[in-house]
Design a protein around this ligand. Structure first.
Ligand code: CMC
Length: 392
């Protein structure tokens, strides 16, 4: 037996000690290894942030160059791996494709599955960071019926990804630097976020000693939900449904109605009870991208800005400290960049992979690490005798 404390949703239980990401939800602070998210988004690159999250320190020039080389070395996919995509229906949700194909990596790379060997762990980590953009771009290409585009290792991480998504045969494709910078920033902003649902899922899966690729697939599965990574997709769908500024009050009323399960997607956060610091950066990036594509008069942006204004002033949202979160702006930005809504959560998964890996590695290197095994407060039937079917 034993006495256990009930803590639904783990709102007051720390599952681990971590050195990676710090959040002060009341102050709206997010630090990766001590560095503020806005400074990283402004001055760093996603690949440098990957190094930082994995190693704990910013790289010097030689370390960065060597890390970049290692990652680009692993961007290709095994030829047989491509067969997996063809097994899916074309209208499959790209997140379904991601869960399946990333899990399938476990069947390919047998030299990187010994989780007790630090070298094998490192190779698995590099492989996942490098292959995720290739897999994500293939999931997109498959859904639109276009041929796969191979990675180009002379391009940087974000530019290579955009090219794999949007280049088509027989047409020139030049990566737009504004889009590449925005993509890179979106990846930086989503790279880690301490013990959220998907990261905790990866840690829990990994705590049993499971295959690293399978652990990341479990994180992708958890991320898919609309209360987590699926919120960017849900937020854009909601803006489209609202459609015009005059319909906003109707939706605000629905969100406030206790008897209506509707929530304003892209608002509220378990930890941030202040403006999400990522949302601030995302808001600027959103405007840059819309300006670049000439869509500053996008009606959805007007709806978004008005919704933001109302929610920041309305007593319901103010009292409950429901501020816009990162997903509120990322949806509009990604749409302007040319991504269909169904790809939004895939991009989140791509970026979060490094965070999952850093957290998974930290857990395995922690000498106090044990298999995760929460207990329960049992509230079901007490012991009783089996009753034959004709006696029930
Ligand atoms: N619209 C309307 N009311 C809301 C909302 C919302 N978006 N979010 C929370 N509330 C209300 C909720 O009804 C509850 O009211 P009451 O105390 O009267 O019952 C109160 O605020 C507290 O909500 P909660 O559900 O107890 O809070 P939580 O910490 O369990 O949930 C959340 C956090 C993010 C799941 C929730 O705010 C939500 O569903 N937001 C919309 C989905 C979303 O944008 N998710 C993205 C999160 S950021 C990216 C990520 O982490 O992946």
């Amino acid at each position: 037996a034993g006495v256990f404390t009930l803590d639904p949703g783990f709102t007051s239980t720390a599952s681990c000690e971590s050195h990676i990401t710090y959040i002060d939800g009341d102050e709206g602070v997010l630090l990766y290894r001590g560095y503020p998210i806005d400074q990283l988004a402004e001055n760093s690159s996603f690949i440098e942030v990957c190094y930082l999250l994995l190693h704990g320190e910013l790289p010097d020039a030689a370390q960065l160059e060597s890390f970049e080389k290692t990652i680009t070395h692993h961007t290709m996919l095994h030829d047989q791996f491509d067969q997996f995509f063809r097994g899916f229906r074309r209208d499959a949700h790209p997140m379904a494709v991601m869960v399946g194909t990333v899990g399938a990596l476990s069947a390919f790379y047998h030299d990187s599955t010994d989780i007790n060997d630090p070298k094998a762990r490192t190779i698995a980590s590099h492989r996942m960071i490098a292959k995720m953009p290739t897999i994500a771009a293939r999931a997109y290409k498959y859904s639109v019926g276009q041929p796969f585009v191979s990675p180009r290792n002379d391009l940087d991480f974000a530019a290579n990804f955009l090219r794999m998504c949007f280049a088509v045969p027989a047409e020139d494709y030049e990566v737009n630097p504004v889009m590449a910078r925005a993509m890179d920033r979106i990846f930086i902003l989503h790279a880690d976020h301490e013990q959220n649902a998907s990261t905790s899922t990866v840690r829990l899966a990994g705590s049993s000693g499971a295959n690293p690729f399978a652990c990341i697939a479990s994180g992708i599965a958890s991320l898919w939900g609309p209360a987590h990574g699926g919120a960017n997709e849900a937020a854009l769908n909601m803006l489209e449904e609202i459609g015009s500024v005059d319909r906003i009050p109707e939706y605000i009323a629905k969100a406030k109605d206790k008897n209506d399960p509707f929530r304003l997607m892209g608002f509220g956060h378990r930890v941030y009870k202040n403006y999400d610091p990522r949302a601030k950066v995302m808001r600027t990036t959103c405007h840059e991208v819309l300006k670049e594509v000439g869509e500053t008069d996008d009606p959805l942006l007007a709806v978004a800005l008005e919704l933001e204004k109302i929610a920041l002033e309305d007593p319901y949202f103010v009292e409950k400290k429901l501020y816009p979160n990162i997903d509120f702006y990322s949806g509009i930005t990604l749409r302007a960049m040319g991504f269909p809504t169904s790809m939004f959560t895939v991009l989140f998964a791509l970026a979060r992979t490094v965070g999952w890996i850093a957290q998974w590695t930290e857990m395995l290197e922690d000498p106090t690490q044990k298999i995760g095994r929460p207990r329960q407060l049992f509230a079901g039937a007490t012991e009783r005798d089996y009753v034959a079917i004709d006696k029930r």
